[in-house]
Design a protein around this ligand. Sequence first.
Ligand code: PLP
Length: 428
Amino acid sequence: MTTSAQLFEQACRHIPGGVNSPVRAFKGMNRPPVFMERALGACLFDVEGKRYVDYVGSWGPMITGHADPDVLGAVRERLDSGLSFGTPTAIETTMADLICEIIPSIEMVRMTSSGTEATMSAIRLARGVTGRDRIVKFEGNYHGHSDSLLVKAGSGALTHGEPSSPGVPASLAEQTITLPYNDIDAVEQCFEEIGSEVACIIVEPVAGNMNCIPPQPGFLEALRRVCNTHDSVLIFDEVMTGFRVALGGAQAHYGVKPDLTCLGKIVGGGMPVGAFGGSETIMSNISPLGPIYHAGTLSGNPLAMAAGVALLTKLRAPGFHNALAQRVDTLCHGLQERADAAGIDMITQRAGGMFGLFFTRQSRVDNFAQATACDDDAFRRFFTAMLDEGVYLAPSAFEAGFMSSAHTPEDIQLTLDGAEKAFASLSH
Ligand code: PLP
């Protein structure tokens, strides 16, 4: 038995499923998870000392690589001043100024301790300012684990939502309408029928929680249009895409301006942080300025702010995001070439610093139904073979991959060499 397998057995005694977030459990991969000991640059090192080129990056935050010396240095510098004061600190203003400078649709911003809190609070704000209860989300988009957002599609645009998890009250799920991603007709039809009841649309502007699915041309623009027509709030959940798809997030990349933006992951540099923000008009409704409540004991924690500010500052270096996207292109082209050579049906999709691999004969994947129609057995076998080759991909066919600026040409070459063997093993 490997050390990881032993540790997993021990973990399962007092932690449900042995993990503190489900996808870490490798459920569906037919093997126990790998326990990591440390990380540096593009690499993870497991408890037995094996090195992996990592394309998970702690699910997104590690865009300049693990243990970035500038981020660690910023945290170290503040450490001896104390961990948390429960009072305002100047670095919270530095962070807010930085976010507003980088993302112009945000004039005011509130920090939270997770992406889940950011989306939950943005939804409350949208409901509060519109006086409406219903919200629209998209099938296969993930916005954290708050009740209103843990709802999957009913069949058809206007069916009542069904809870994705027992424990979500049906009365709340009913208020969440789930539509197919990239389906402008479904959005327009929904708003024609009940637009006056809809508080907001919340969307991942590039979907990264059903593998990597960019928006089709015109999709985000259509969301903007229907929200304008029906006085609903457009929320971009940029927890994953923020500072990754482009410095200013997907809204900068695609040129569509939301009313509210949710952030997480990169904004905390690897510490537990989220944020939500928008125009001064809408954000002025948040307590204590306005009646809509939002709070957090550790919101704006100074250590977390130090990590986030250090990371965001680095990302402003000219050319950072072009170079990141270039690395993603090199990786995806290399994988495609090797899959084609081995006769494996696989395609890649990407947006800036994120990418996805789909084992499918389709020429592109635009929504959840198409994503779930891909060959998960092929993915599982590829994932396992890559792990053996020292490449750590997300242990699920429904997660995007993340590139960092620490991935060297050698790391990418090692990945492609591993993939060549992995594809060959799949074609047997
Ligand atoms: N929104 C998106 C798009 C996410 O990808 C995630 C997490 O993966 C969340 C929200 C929730 O963030 P957190 O896990 O920090 O609560």
